[in-house]
Structures are given as C-alpha cells and as structure tokens.
Design a protein around this ligand. Structure first.
Ligand code: IMP
Ligand code: MG
Length: 203
C-alpha cells in the first residue's frame, strides 16, 4: 500500500478497519481515510527513520496543540532516542476551519530553542499558512536545526511553499477528524482518520 511509504492514500480507504468501531454508526462521520493499523504502522516507520536521522543529537519535539497531541504521543514513543517534548498552541484569525494566515501564539514553549535540534510535530497541513508562520517564528530563535513532521498533508491545497521533511500521509482535500483532529473540539478521540460530513460548516 502506497500509504505506507508516505505516498497518497490513493483509494481513500488505506487500512480501513473492516468492522467493529462504534464510530461507524455516527452519521456525521464518513469514510475512513486512514485506518488505525495503517496509522500505527506509519508512525512506527517515521519513528524508526527519526531514530536514525537524529542519532547523536536527540531532538526537541515541538507539538502544535491541540491537534498534534495524539500523534506526538505515539511518535515520541516510536523514537528510540532521549527526546525532549514541549508544546505550543496557536490560533489562527479567521473562521474556525479555514486559516487566514495570520497566526497568534496562544501558548508559547517553555524551552529555549537556541542550538537545539527542533522537530515540529503537526497534525495536518492544509493551506500551509500556519506552518509557514510557525517556521519563521521558531527559526528566529536560532535553533541548530528545524524540521517538520506532519502526519497529514492535504493534496493540492498549499498556498505557501513548504519544506516538509517528514510526512505521514498525503490525503485528498476533504475535511477530516480523528487521531487528534477535531471539528468544533469534537472527535479528537476517534482512533482513525475519517471524513467529517456533519452539520458544522467546514469551508
Ligand atoms: P493551514 O494553516 O491551512 O495549513 O491549517 C492548518 C490547521 O488547520 C491544522 O493545524 C488544523 O488545526 C486545521 N485543519 C486543517 N484542515 C483540517 C481538517 O481537515 N480537519 C481538522 N483540522 C484541520
Ligand atoms: Mg484544529
């Protein structure tokens, strides 16, 4: 399955579980875009890759709240190095679901980034505006290196040129929830990634 090498989840059902999830009955949730076992396998792969790439220079993982909390928790445990973990929270001006590109830091890091190997852990890149703002802001703090690990990238949506060193899955541009991703703060605890088809306006 191409999804496992970081390619597109081409059939839109990569690793879909056959049955048995209580979330299958929720009418606001549609197709599974990335199934639980596919997610876990890819996170393990990313962890192994990061373990090699950061040998001898354990990174500081910077999770972008709230969406990255599930991914970062699994990813941190898949890396066989003494990583450090910090979090920040950003809010975008604009509607709840589309980014204006003007981003405000709501909770800043505790750590000093000077001379650190920083790995930003993001849930999803849509327009890319949030990430490009974050990257600029973090680079100004003089880290030794700065890379991004994004679980999901929506195909064909990026308005800014991005340097994404580590990507979990490239997915079609539907609005998705689960594995940390929300709509109006709900569905973050769904264990796989599903299309949202409920009443909240997401565009
Ligand atoms: P961007 O600045 O347009 O790349 O938007 C990125 C942020 O928007 C992400 O960190 C998410 O918080 C949110 N977002 C974008 N697409 C989705 C989605 O499909 N589901 C849930 N949140 C999303
Ligand atoms: Mg969000």
């Amino acid at each position: 399955m191409s999804a496992l090498d970081g390619g597109a989840a081409s059939d839109g059902h990569a690793g879909a579980t056959v049955s048995g999830s209580r979330w299958d009955d929720d009418p606001d949730l549609g197709d599974i875009v990335v199934g639980e076992s596919t997610l876990q396998a890819r996170v393990a792969e990313l962890g192994a890759e990061l373990t090699v790439d950061y040998q001898g220079r354990p990174p500081l993982l910077v999770g972008v709240l709230k969406g990255a909390f599930v991914f970062m928790s699994d990813l941190a445990r898949a890396i066989g190095l003494p990583v450090e973990v910090d979090v920040m929270a950003v809010a975008s001006y604009g509607s709840a679901t589309t980014t204006s590109g003007v981003v405000r830091i709501v909770k800043d890091l505790d750590s000093d980034l000077t001379d650190r190997h920083v790995l930003v852990v993001e849930d999803i890149v849509d327009s890319g505006l949030t990430l490009s703002y974050l990257r600029r802001s973090l680079l100004a703090r003089q880290p030794a290196s700065l890379e991004v690990c994004a679980l999901l990238v929506k195909e064909g949506r990026q308005r800014a040129k991005l340097d994404l060193r580590y990507v979990g899955f490239r997915i079609p541009p539907d609005f998705v929830v689960g594995y940390g991703l929300d709509v109006a703060e709900r569905y973050r605890n769904v264990p796989d990634i599903r299309v949202y088809q409920g009443p909240v306006d997401v565009e």
